[in-house]
Ligand binder design. Structure first.
Ligand SMILES: Nc1ncnc2c1ncn2[C@@H]1O[C@H](COP(=O)(O)OP(=O)(O)OP(=O)(O)O)[C@@H](O)[C@H]1O
Ligand SMILES: [Mg+2]
Length: 152
């Protein structure tokens, strides 16, 4: 477990979830890491909202829209590109090869909604973001680095 990414918070509205995304963005910016961010959570949990916060730090000024129909959106206003995936419509891992998934992983910071669709293609050093719907507008957000912490 890589503790440098650990965030545990309950948010009460979309603004607070976006702020949590900014917090992770700051950790990534300050460490210079290029992690694969795997987002998990039901429809409407707030995954896209969270990525909006990430992008505010990693690609300032970019307007984040859900890549539901395009599969991936690219945000290039920061030093490292941010690739935002929505894998909801991926039925089989084979489909990932078709659009060069590995090239995106190697080429920048990735944030992927519906990462459960990745199966064995989930990068081993991913950062997991789990968003759980609670009562009303409340969400529980847990962020964990699942890879080993790298020696400085
Ligand atoms: N605490 C909260 N955090 C995030 N979003 C919230 C919160 N409370 C209410 N919302 C609302 O929930 C919705 C979250 O939408 P969002 O598109 O981010 O979900 P998603 O997880 O990306 O869903 P999908 O799987 O369909 O892509 C927004 O309409 C947002 O305003
Ligand atoms: Mg979404």
């Amino acid at each position: 477990m890589n503790e440098q990414y650990a965030i545990d918070i309950i948010t009460r509205n979309a603004e607070e979830t976006e702020a949590a995304g900014r917090r992770l963005g700051e950790i990534i910016r300050d460490t210079g890491a290029r992690p694969f961010i795997a987002l998990y959570g039901d429809l409407g949990a707030g995954k896209t909202v969270f990525v909006r916060g990430l992008a505010a730090i990693l690609s300032p000024g970019s307007r984040v829209k859900s890549p539901t129909y395009t599969l991936v959106n690219e945000y290039r206003r920061g030093p490292v590109p941010l690739f935002h995936f929505d894998l909801y419509r991926i039925a089989e891992e084979d489909e990932l090869d078709g659009f060069g998934f590995e090239d995106y992983v190697a080429g920048g910071i990735c944030a992927a909604e519906w990462s459960e669709r990745l199966g064995d293609s989930l990068p081993p050093d991913a950062v997991e973001v789990r968003i759980e719907k609670l009562e009303g507008d409340e969400r529980r957000i847990a962020v964990r680095g699942i890879g080993e912490e790298k020696e400085a």
